[in-house]
Design a protein around this ligand. Structure first.
Ligand SMILES: CC(C)(COP(=O)(O)OP(=O)(O)OC[C@H]1O[C@@H](n2cnc3c(N)ncnc32)[C@H](O)[C@@H]1OP(=O)(O)O)[C@@H](O)C(=O)NCCC(=O)NCCS
Length: 225
């Protein structure tokens, strides 16, 4: 009687879950050789901030003997900075790639950039269709510590999702991400960058002022389409 439980970050639609469940039932039936009626599938959503203690530690570390596929990430490696001492492992900026998704979303949660009206997965997927080369991550070795999503609409450049891991802030990484994006936008012919700061995040205004941005006293308006 196989019962399959899938633990995952929130954000997948009911339709995605149904499709996945149907495929799982099909495979369990064929490969584990059992009747379809004996298979059940359940989903448990776990918030990124609870993942390590609710899933990674109890299921991946403590039940190693049950694990058939070991994940390619280890949240505890983050705390081990021995490789980075003395600048041996440099901060490098590159374009976003699909395998970065979990680390990027985790970083956005850690930086409080995820708000209820925006689905980070959708935002990433949409960006991967439009000017995908303007979505950057900053990494130290394999560890993603910064992101920046930029765009050029033919008149102005825009910046979104600038984030530096709270453990790595105030080391110049935010400035380097911005300078990288500015250079990429300039190369496309962009003459000016606009950006919006949430009124709930006034601290970041000083950061932008250090980089030469100024408050233009405009009011940002928006409309969902
Ligand atoms: C904003 C953010 C990206 C800055 O990254 P960072 O790596 O800490 O910034 P840097 O170390 O490159 O700082 C660049 C300059 O800004 C200054 N600065 C950075 N954060 C500052 C702050 N909160 N207040 C005042 N000055 C600040 C630094 O002193 C530095 O000045 P200097 O280069 O003239 O010495 C980071 O704080 C962050 O990710 N915050 C959470 C997410 C967020 O709010 N994103 C912006 C959305 S609009």
């Amino acid at each position: 009687m196989p019962h399959v439980v899938i633990k995952l970050y929130p954000g997948r639609s009911a339709e995605q879950k149904k499709r996945l469940a149907r495929e799982i039932v099909k495979n369990v039936k064929q490969i584990a050789v059992c009747e379809e009626k004996s298979v059940s599938v359940a989903f448990e959503e776990v918030a990124p901030e609870d993942w390590v203690e609710s899933v990674y530690r109890p299921e991946v570390i403590d039940k190693k003997e049950n694990l058939v596929i070991t994940p390619g990430y280890n949240p505890f490696v983050k705390k081990d900075r021995s490789e980075e001492v003395g600048g041996k492992t440099e901060f490098r900026i590159r374009s976003y790639q699909a395998s970065d998704q979990p680390a990027v979303i985790d970083l956005w949660h850690r930086c409080n950039l995820v708000v209820p009206q925006n689905d980070p997965r959708k935002d990433i997927e949409t960006k991967r269709q439009v000017q995908t080369d303007l979505f950057f991550v900053g990494a130290i070795g394999n560890r993603i510590v910064a992101t920046l999503m930029a765009g050029y609409d033919g008149h102005r450049g825009w910046i979104y999702y600038l984030a530096v891991d709270p453990d790595d802030q105030r080391q110049g990484f935010g400035r380097r991400m911005m300078e990288w994006a500015e250079a990429a936008l300039k190369k496309r012919g962009c003459p000016k960058i606009n950006l919006q700061v949430r009124s709930s995040n006034p601290a970041v205004i000083s950061f932008y002022e250090h980089l030469g941005y100024s408050n233009e006293n405009v009011i940002g308006l928006g409309k969902r389409l």
